[in-house]
Design a protein around this ligand. Structure first.
Ligand code: NCW
Length: 481
């Protein structure tokens, strides 16, 4: 670790200063903000199909228009500049640049090329995510992520993007939250493509990781200096009662299927044996081919960490059944964690966000140190918090301004947790607030607002909230009060 990564403490008793080269930014995802769903040669993705299927998304809402970022990206980049952001994490819509998943649409590529130019001109580092859940529908029609060919095409897609953008975009994330893409998409059907097969979900998880590994290999061969990685989502799981074996096992199972499954494949080149046991009988014969785990564990430079919450877990204890069922309802039951069906979460009385997610910043601190110790530190891989933030029921005043003290406090507490983790030795180099804008929150439609900037969906006006003004100061000074 270089000395510039050593966290500084300021004179003010509770204020902390981040390393001078620490990157403060914000993140969005293509389907959640772009809109222009049928423009410039873009073809439907699984999310277009899903959102247009009655009953799948809150009030039948879709990403057809979303924040209209496709037409307003210059305004949005100017806004980021006003907020002093150093880096912007965006995702590319595969079906915009390759409508059928295979053939290139130059008009679609041009949008991202223009976006990158605009960012660079504003002095903002572009951070590209290749896949944030919007698979071209044409590929879903051929089996989607349950089909091994999708992983191979994903590597071709990486090369296409690199040919167009590689000289200007140096930070490259293959996947965002493959757990969600595989298990919410294929196991409980809460997300697109809405399938409900545990076997398909495991096939999708493996092929997503394989696609990541093939893309890393292809990109590395083309450009050894690229900063390459992927973003995983992590939740802090603890047993409700550490003395109850069923609860301890529940925490082990969810930590296994949600956290360790992906991290272990990437860093250890193997799926955890206890998780494989939990999922016994659900792995299709021939799914994992010789050499796959070696491809998946190709060295990376950066691990992106998305963190929102923690959960206290119990095994199938009848005493907790009612509480657990209530908690499951807020999360979009049934539990999509294949091999962990009898695990339930117990509310522990902490304040929760509008997603029903408990606010637990200690979990982020402990997670960063754990990742550094068990996975990234030994591999010399840097950590970035690629998403953290909160949805709250915002109440705008007459001018549309939101005094979102709850969101501001959430971000502040989590930044303190990051700072503490750096002080304890974790190599964390940046933080991206989720999200820059209120946007299409998947199955929740526009009902949940994560933005530090309010979007008025009638006028599409952007109005920075109190949290945005506060975060602009943090980004400018590196100091969190
Ligand atoms: S839903 C989700 N999110 C939100 C989304 O807007 C963003 O695109 C994602 O990257 C905010 O950040 C991520 N993540 C899913 C978290 C896990 C939900 C657990 C459900 C258990 C049944």
């Amino acid at each position: 670790m270089t000395s510039s990564l050593t966290a500084r403490t300021t004179d003010a008793s509770s204020a902390v200063a981040f390393p001078t080269d620490f990157l403060f930014g914000s993140a969005t995802a293509a389907y959640q903000v772009e809109g222009a769903a049928a423009e410039g040669g873009r073809a439907p993705s699984v999310w277009d199909t899903f959102a247009h299927t009655p009953g799948k998304v809150h009030e039948g809402e879709t990403g057809d228009v979303a924040c209209d970022h496709f037409h307003r990206f210059r305004e949005d980049v100017a806004l980021m500049k006003r907020l002093n952001l150093k880096v912007y994490r965006f995702s590319v819509s595969w079906s915009r640049v390759m409508p059928d998943g295979v053939n290139v649409n130059p008009e679609g590529l041009k949008f991202y090329s223009d976006l990158v130019d605009e960012l660079l001109a504003a002095g903002i580092l572009p951070w590209l995510t290749q896949y944030h859940w919007d698979l071209p529908q044409a590929l879903e029609d051929q089996g989607g992520w349950a089909n091994r060919r999708t992983a191979e095409l994903f590597a071709d897609y990486a090369v296409t993007l690199h040919e167009a953008l590689g000289s200007r975009v140096r930070h490259w994330t293959t996947l965002n939250e493959p757990w969600c893409a595989a298990f919410l998409g294929y196991a409980n059907g809460h997300h697109a493509p809405g399938r409900t097969s545990p076997e398909d979900a495991l096939a999708a998880a493996h092929h997503l990781l394989l696609g990541h590994g093939l893309a890393v290999g292809a990109l590395r061969r083309r450009d050894p200096e690229l900063e390459l990685g992927l973003t995983l989502n992590f939740t802090d799981y603890r047993p409700a009662d550490p003395a109850t074996p069923g609860d301890v096992d529940a925490a082990r199972r969810l930590d296994g299927s949600f956290n360790r499954f992906f991290a272990s494949a990437i860093f250890n080149g193997a799926y955890p044996s206890d998780v494989l046991q939990d999922q016994a009988g659900l792995w299709r014969e021939g799914l994992v081919q010789p050499g796959d785990l070696k491809i998946i564990s190709a060295p990376i430079d950066v691990l992106g960490v998305n963190f929102y919450t923690g959960e206290l877990l119990t095994g199938a204890d009848p005493e907790h059944a009612a509480q657990a069922a209530a908690a499951a309802r807020t999360q979009g039951a049934p539990n999509p964690n294949v091999g962990s069906e009898h695990v339930s979460s117990i509310p522990r009385g902490l304040p929760a966000t509008a997603m029903g997610w408990e606010v637990f910043p200690q979990g982020l601190h402990d997670l960063l140190l754990r990742l550094h110790r068990e996975y990234t530190g030994p591999a010399g891989v840097a950590l970035y918090v690629t998403e953290n933030g909160a949805a709250y029921p915002d109440v705008p005043d007459a001018a549309g301004f939101v005094q979102d003290d709850d969101r501001l406090s959430y971000i502040r507490k989590h930044l303190h947790a990051v700072h503490q983790a750096i002080s304890s030795g974790a190599d964390v180099r940046g933080y991206f607030v989720w999200s820059l804008l209120d946007n299409f929150e998947w199955a929740f439609g526009y009902d949940r607002r994560f933005g530090i900037v309010r979007v008025d969906y009638d006028t599409l006006a952007r109005i920075p909230k109190a949290s945005a003004n506060w975060y602009a100061q943090v980004a400018a000074t590196g100091v969190v009060d």
